[in-house]
Design a protein around this ligand. Structure first.
Ligand SMILES: Nc1ncnc2c1ncn2[C@@H]1O[C@H](COP(=O)(O)OP(=O)(O)OP(=O)(O)O)[C@@H](O)[C@H]1O
Ligand SMILES: [Mg+2]
Length: 342
């Protein structure tokens, strides 16, 4: 059935064809697609581990719900070279939500800009992990456009039966995209909605663990994104924002404490950063209340030994048990957070 590597990942025989094909070419972009819990991230990390000892390899994490590079609501790029499994560099773009539904533009643009960054950094290989939101027509359109835009050389589809055919069929006659399909491992385990919420809560908690209060003048500052409909405190309190550099790369995420309209200032909590670099504020769509942990403790069965961990900033591996009980993100302001992806 396949080799069981030391970190308890079952590697089916067919997987090896992907790195061997890429190594022969010397370069390539791989888009990994699959429904929730099919094993996309497991495969992606394994592939990065196969490629990075010999060449600079990028891991582009486009899963904004179950993020592995950076906190949720961001698309993250980590660059690896050598055996250490520690990224030599990381970059983040802000999407502002934990599902691409309603935020496809932000996700598409963020993913493309990070792919360009990877190219600037002269990566030989780029492995793109994607959201598990694949069922509805809008989800299928999302992946069709991600593949169209990111132009991978290989699409790796990890699936049960032919559940991805509605997406894959669009590229079966593409002149430069090769589709490689693998069945989801029997060891791939399903994580429930509560687990996913706890995972996000812990990723955010970890990211904001050293956050301090900051005040930013909005004079001359770009402010864009999903503005709340009102200026009332409850609409802004705990709203997730990103402080971005002139290229719209994330400098730091923040959680709004209040908007001071009289002074033209925004008050928020954020990890230490250099405020002189901030050129714009991207307002996200979710309020994240870290004082109210979600539900119940969930054991960490996700990537038990993760050789390819994420960024120093917000880049810790999976959540650890035991953890306090419930709901991390407050409102999603009426926007859908499909269980299968978020
Ligand atoms: N080949 C495999 N061998 C061993 N365990 C696996 C394998 N594939 C998946 N798993 C396990 O199944 C669970 C889900 O895998 P993974 O996180 O890779 O899925 P995913 O498709 O990325 O999920 P999500 O949609 O939540 O991002 C994890 O606990 C992982 O360790
Ligand atoms: Mg995943």
């Amino acid at each position: 059935m396949g080799e069981c590597v030391p970190d308890r990942i079952m590697v089916p025989e067919g997987w090896e064809t992907v790195p061997s094909h890429l190594k022969k070419r010397g370069f390539g972009v791989v888009y990994v697609i699959g429904a929730a819990d099919r094993g996309k991230t497991t495969f992606s990390r394994w592939l990065v581990g196969q490629l990075s000892p010999g060449a600079m390899t990028g891991f582009l994490d486009c899963d904004i719900g179950q993020s592995t590079i950076g906190p949720p609501a961001t698309v993250g790029l980590a660059l690896y070279h050598g055996d250490a499994g520690v990224p030599v560099a990381t970059r983040l773009r802000f999407v502002g939500a934990v599902t691409p539904s309603g935020h496809m533009v932000q996700e598409l643009v963020g993913a493309l800009r990070l792919k360009e960054k990877a190219r600037e950094e002269k990566v030989s290989f780029l492995v793109i992990d994607s959201p598990g939101w694949v069922v509805e027509p809008s989800a299928q359109e999302f992946h069709v456009r991600m593949i169209d835009l990111l132009a991978p050389d290989i699409v790796v589809a990890i699936q049960r039966g032919e559940e991805l055919e509605g997406i894959l069929v669009n590229f079966r006659r593409h002149p430069s995209i090769r589709i490689m399909e693998f069945p989801s491992s029997p060891l791939a385990t399903e994580r429930k909605r509560d687990w996913r919420r706890m995972y996000r809560y812990q990723r955010f908690s970890s990211y904001f663990s050293d956050a301090v209060p900051r005040t930013l003048s909005l004079h001359g500052m770009g402010v864009h994104g999903r503005m709340p409909d009102s200026f009332r405190d409850e609409a802004w309190h705990n709203l997730l924002i990103a402080l971005c550099d002139p290229e719209m790369m994330v400098i730091a995420l923040g959680l709004v404490e209040r908007l001071d309209l009289a002074k033209g200032e925004i008050v928020f909590r954020a990890p230490p950063h250099d405020p002189s670099l901030v050129a714009s504020v991207h307002v996200g769509s979710i309020q994240v209340d870290l004082s109210v942990p979600p539900g119940r403790a969930v054991p960490d069965t996700r990537h038990p030994i993760a050789p390819y961990t994420s960024a120093p900033r917000g880049g810790d591996p999976a959540p650890r048990a035991p953890v306090p009980p419930a709901s991390g993100e407050g409102g999603d302001q009426g926007r859908s957070v499909p269980d299968q992806s978020g």
